[in-house]
Design a binder for this molecule. Sequence first.
Ligand SMILES: [Fe+2]
Length: 178
Amino acid sequence: MNSQNAITEQRFVYVGYQGKENPTEQERILHLLDTYSTTEGFVAQYLPKWIDVSPNQKVQGGLRTVQGREALHARLMKKRLRELDGDSDATIPQARKDNEVPFFSSADHSDVEKLKVLSELFGDGEAFLRPVMELADGIKEDLLTAELLRTILDNEMESITWVQEMYRVLSTEQASPR
Ligand SMILES: [Fe+2]
C-alpha cells in the first residue's frame, strides 16, 4: 500500500491552541471556537455536493443529518465567538479545499470511497474528539461554552458512528453483492 494513503496515526478534530505562551482560559476558548466553527462551516458547505451526487438514498438521508449538525455547530460556535468579542481569523488551508471539495463533490468517487476516507480519518472517535473534550472539561469560568462544546461533541460522536457504520455496511455489501 502507498504509505501516503495509509492513515495509521490517530488524527484529531482540533490541533490545539496556537498563539501566545500561557494563554488564558478565554484565549484558549476563543481560538477553539474560531478554528472549530470554521472547519464545521467548511464541511457543511461541501456535504450538500456529495448528497447531490450520491446514488444511495440511505447515504443521502444520513448525510443530511450530518450536514445539518455541522451547519448547526458552526452557527452555535460563531454566535458564542461573537458574544465573547472574539475575532474570526481562522481560514481553511487552500490545500485542504483543493483536496476535499473536488473529491467529495465528484460522482467519480463512490460513496464507499468517501466513507472510507472519513472513517479512517476519525479512527477512534473518542480519541479524535478528545482535544475539544479536554478543553471543555478544563474550563473553570465559562460554563456556558463548556456545555455548548460537550453537547456539540455528543452530536459529533453520533455522526462519526453513523459514518463508520455506513462504511462497514456498504463495504460488506460491495464485497458480497446479493
Ligand atoms: Fe464536525
